[in-house]
Design a protein around this ligand. Structure first.
Ligand code: NAD
Ligand code: UDP
Ligand code: UDP
Length: 324
């Protein structure tokens, strides 16, 4: 049975992966609205820098812990975000990536079961693999290679979704599953190899912009503040509305278009250089967000140019500090 505190009516919220890019922004919003937050992270890809501004806040607590091991804490809600998200990060130790998604989900679901509390899963557009249906709606089952170099992430996240829905059906757990499409913004790791961070860092340094393949593959980029608003709306939606729900920005761009925008925003002299396309790299990706619009009254509001400008300002700031 959950040990509720005697004298405090505030919600205590667990965010796994809270020292990462998305998790740290989510925690900012939760603290802003008055919740208490327990951030659990093993700092594999996250950094203390992302949460250092929170340590003076008495409603914030950090616990260094790997979610592949059991966790016994007392909370009212769980956001499960722990998992490396950038391809070079999740391919660095693919076995650990699958363990994080699968064992991590089992442990957090076990925790939610013991506490009888609501649990949110950060799933991904990668469950659609290299999609043959466009744009992707939640009822599309996907086109995923189970034995490729992206499989540890894609199949790990698919298995986590399966676990969430089986804990819901079999044990009545109150679940919320978000399928997140490419998201960008301040606190992305400058060396995470993701396209937005790579292009901005390269442009600011005047280096070649590295286009993989011919650059005609597409992605849809959501600004982090919009995404976090979607997380909160989904988490606070009525019981029984489980998802999965696509959260992303339906604006779709080729990698060449993205590179041109970044070059223009940074006034960079960088030019494009072309490199081989990584194995199983999806050729197109764009969310159908009709469900999120209808059920959550949610849609992203920050256009790509504006979000990129804010992100460029962030990277310019941290590079200035590094060069000082
Ligand atoms: P991130 O790498 O910045 O954050 C992930 C965090 O999880 C890091 O702080 C890392 O240290 C932590 N972590 C990793 N393994 C762990 C473990 N075993 N135990 C405890 N902590 C662990 O990535 P992000 O972009 O913030 O992604 C957060 C979540 O959102 C991930 O689950 C990711 O799959 C999902 N997601 C992100 C995107 C995106 O575009 N950013 C898209 C789809 C899904
Ligand atoms: N678990 C946890 N914290 C808890 C309760 C459970 O980490 O507060 C873990 C525990 O390690 C267990 C897993 O969650 O293996 C799944 O729990 P569940 O109750 O579903 O399964 P069982 O304990 O019966 O294997
Ligand atoms: N990409 C690129 N240059 C880079 C990094 C990535 O052209 O320096 C491409 C990559 O091949 C993919 C797209 O940009 O087609 C998005 O890559 P990212 O790693 O950001 O995300 P994901 O592939 O997981 O959507």
């Amino acid at each position: 049975m959950s040990q509720k505190r005697l004298y405090d009516s505030r919600k205590r919220i667990l965010v796994t992966g809270g020292a990462g890019f998305l998790g740290s922004h989510l925690i900012d919003r939760l603290l802003e609205r008055g919740d208490e937050v327990l951030c659990v992270d093993n700092l594999f890809t996250g950094t203390k820098r992302n949460i250092e501004h929170l340590h003076a806040n008495p409603r914030f607590e950090f616990l260094r812990h790997d979610v592949t091991f059991p966790l016994y804490v007392e909370v009212d809600e769980i956001y499960n975000l722990a998992c490396p998200a950038a391809p070079i990060h999740y391919q660095h130790d693919p076995v650990q990536t699958t363990k994080t998604s699968v064992h991590g989900a089992i442990n957090m679901l076990g925790l939610a079961k013991r506490l009888g509390c609501r649990i949110f899963q950060a799933s991904t557009s990668e469950v659609y693999g290299d999609p043959t249906v466009h744009p992707q709606r939640e009822d599309y089952w996907g086109n995923v290679n189970s034995v490729g170099i992206r499989s540890c992430y894609d199949e790990g996240k698919r298995c986590a979704e399966t676990l969430f829905f089986d804990y819901h059906r079999q044990l009545g757990l109150d679940i919320k599953v978000a399928r997140i499409f490419n998201t960008y913004g301040p606190r992305m790791h400058p060396n995470d190899g993701r396209v937005v961070s790579n292009f901005i860092v390269q442009a600011l340094r005047g280096q070649d912009i590295t286009i993989y393949g011919d650059g005609t593959q597409t992605r849809s980029f959501c600004y982090v503040d919009d995404l976090v608003e979607g997380f909160l709306r989904l988490m606070d939606s009525p019981e029984g509305f489980t998802g999965p729900v696509n959260l992303g920005n339906p604006g779709e761009f080729t990698m060449i278009e993205l590179a041109e925008k970044v070059i223009a925003l940074t006034n960079s002299r960088s030019t494009l250089s072309f490199h081989p396309l990584p194995q199983d790299d999806p050729t197109q990706r764009c969310p159908d967000i009709g469900l999120a619009r209808r059920a959550l009254q949610w849609e992203p509001g920050v256009p790509l140019d504006e979000g990129l400008a804010r992100t460029v300002a962030y990277f310019a700031g941290i590079m200035e500090v590094q060069n000082a």
